[in-house]
Design a protein around this ligand. Sequence first.
Ligand SMILES: [Ca+2]
Length: 307
Amino acid sequence: MSKPLVLLDHDGGVDDYLSTLLLMTMGHLHPLGVVVTPADCYIQPAVSATRKIIDLAGREEVPVAVSTVRGINPFPRLYRRDSWVVDHLPILNEAGTIQTPLVPESGQDFMVRSLREAPEPVTLLVTGPLTTVAIALDTAPDIEAKIKEIVWMGGAVQVPGNVEKSIEPGQDSSAEWNAYWDPIAVDRVWRSNIPIVLCSLDITNQVPVTSEFAHRLAKQRKYRLSDFAGQCYALVIPQDYYFWDVLATAYLAHPEFYELQEVETAIATTGPSQGRTQLSPGGRKIRMMTQVDRDRFYTYILQQWSR
Ligand SMILES: [Ca+2]
């Protein structure tokens, strides 16, 4: 039997690089490619780092594509500058060359082509804003039938958001950043019939990146993937950091670690709550992750990076 197909669309944050790293270790899946959406990053170093990480994982057959979409509410520069740091980590630059190919077409066109050419429906793993997916759907509505489901890290349903008033004046702190970058795109995807599995702040709040976890990684730093992951987590440990994207990614390998609940939701697209994902009776049905077996999740990623 052929392996299930998956396409990753990430947005260049530290967490996105580690999601890429984790996905590349999953032998049971066939990744069609990685699209980088220019949101939580500067795009040039983000694309460069992504290709080097795929090289590091020994998966240089997986192509990378650059999305050229634009959002509405830019990510803070302080978050985005991590892309420059990661791209310059020594462990990614020993070779001095990059093997993983960069496709010539835009990320949104690559998404359309990959889905059209796929022999069976594809799981989309999206760890950034939904803009590239929304534009691809507008450009080529036929691809909707080729998307098996979207696993999306985004939203905050029954918990506060992370777009804080102190950073974004006028907002009410109810939105999550991936949704806030482009609420219209979330609404576009919500208006499709594609099954959606949501990895929102409701569940990611349960899995902080802790010093204890970083120390467990350090103990296995003889493995190159653990060494790289440890350097990335050291970069973000001063912030309140969570396994946002990595938690969404691990779902592709071990859905049995998670509890899901079907809920009806709506998206605020304008005003002080723009980007808010809220419960709304009669609204768009999605399945949201509500619980995760934290110990098994931590153990799984440590095991995957033991190489
Ligand atoms: Ca991300």
